[in-house]
Design a protein around this ligand. Structure first.
Ligand code: NCN
Ligand code: DMD
Length: 355
């Protein structure tokens, strides 16, 4: 199992630096003052480089919303009851959640994945991928959340999802997640990977009071101490197993798999960024394939992003998860590649070149 992960990581190549000047040359010849489309130009150049030159494309685009439950909810770390994870998966399948509305709005394919929800299987549904590794993690405040074997199974599930998308012609993959309690493992992972303090990073998640956030920080501190052997090892996989969750490990595998397949990944909010942190620690070159959709309103997100030198695209006050920020960002990405592909050049339009 570990060999497959190592092989995928070894197959991730940084994008060819020779491509960027070609993209910039093309963009600078379009009928606008140089650089005046700002980040849209950067995005178009990024897609061009990831895809190895030629005509950059964003479609078909797909979001995987991966669900899992968390034993640490027993510590009262979430304002919401654990059963909401399962209820929201059913809501996704009925088309009524925020991610359903936004993927419909933007014409994005949505797949829902059970990587580790508590309880049994869900009714079959064409959008549902049932690959439950286990019915929820163990409580990371008393021991490791997952065994390394379970964590690897989730990582390989993510690789499978990336390979399936690639085989089906998907050009851009978005990450989404659903898991009551999952801001706690995400925060613990940031602390372990970047040497940050729980008190500095812990936030309200779905809506904890300030006093409850203090208790959440204490639970995370306990989790780091109980799992000190994994934390101190600095091994990204051991840290992910000890402190992560099934949806988080699956998304880390999805990011690595997409990068291996030279596919752009749009990383959603606070929890997806924790999955990215694990992927980035395992393979820093994965960074070349990722765009960060938005700054989450969860207060620790900015600090975690800063630790990785990552810049979010949008500032919309989002803190829902599910892949909602990734969906909106895909709309922006489409605009960016359409600019690249459809705008007239100075020569074509007979417009005097701006110096
Ligand atoms: O995406 C985000 O930035 C984000 C920030 C806070 C909460 N969430 C969502 O809320 C749930 C986790 O919150 P909590 O308080 O239960 O840890 C989980 O289902 C996430 O999708 C998501
Ligand atoms: C209702 C609800 C929807 C969500 N979607 C993602 N996380 C969520 C948490 C709650 C509580």
């Amino acid at each position: 199992m570990k060999e497959r992960l190592s092989a995928a990581i070894a197959a991730i190549c940084p994008v060819d630096p020779a491509l960027e000047p070609l993209a910039r040359h093309h963009l600078d010849n379009l009928t606008k003052p140089r650089g005046s489309l700002g980040v849209l130009e950067n995005l178009a150049a990024k897609v061009f480089c990831i895809q190895g030159g030629g005509t950059p494309v964003v479609d078909p685009a797909r979001i995987y919303t991966v669900a899992g439950d968390h034993g640490v909810t027993a510590e009262g770390v979430s304002a919401s009851p654990q059963e909401v994870t399962r209820q929201m998966v059913l809501n996704f399948l009925n088309g009524g959640a925020g991610i359903n509305v936004l993927t419909r709005t933007y014409g994005i394919d949505l797949r829902v994945v059970d990587a580790g929800c508590a309880g049994g299987t869900f009714p079959e549904h064409p959008q549902l991928i049932q690959r439950k590794v286990a019915p929820g993690t163990a409580n990371l405040a008393v021991g490791p959340a997952m065994s390394e074997e379970q964590c690897l199974s989730a990582l390989l599930l993510g690789l499978d999802l990336a390979d399936a998308a690639h085989a089906e012609g998907v050009r851009v993959i978005g990450t989404g997640e659903m898991g009551i309690g999952n801001t706690t493992p995400s925060t613990a992972m940031y602390c372990a990977y970047f040497g940050l303090e729980p008190e500095e990073l812990a936030g309200p998640g779905t809506g904890l009071s300030p006093q409850a956030v203090e208790r959440k920080a204490a639970v995370i501190r306990r989790a780091l101490s109980v799992n000190a052997a994994a934390v101190d090892s600095g091994d990204p996989l051991r840290i992910l197993a000890a402190l992560g969750g099934y949806e988080i490990a699956t998304l880390a595998g999805l990011i690595l798999g997409a990068a291996k397949n030279r596919c752009l990944v749009v990383v959603d909010g606070f929890i997806s960024t924790a999955a990215y942190a694990a992927a980035w620690k395992m393979c820093p070159a994965a960074e070349d394939y990722c765009v960060f959709s938005h700054a989450s309103a969860e207060p620790g997100h900015g600090r975690a992003m800063q630790a990785m030198g990552a810049t979010p695209l949008l500032h919309l006050g989002l803190r829902l998860g599910e892949g909602t920020g990734a969906a909106v960002a895909m709309g922006v990405l489409r605009g960016a590649v359409n600019i690249y592909n459809e705008m007239a050049s100075f020569e074509q339009a007979g417009v005097s070149v701006v110096h």
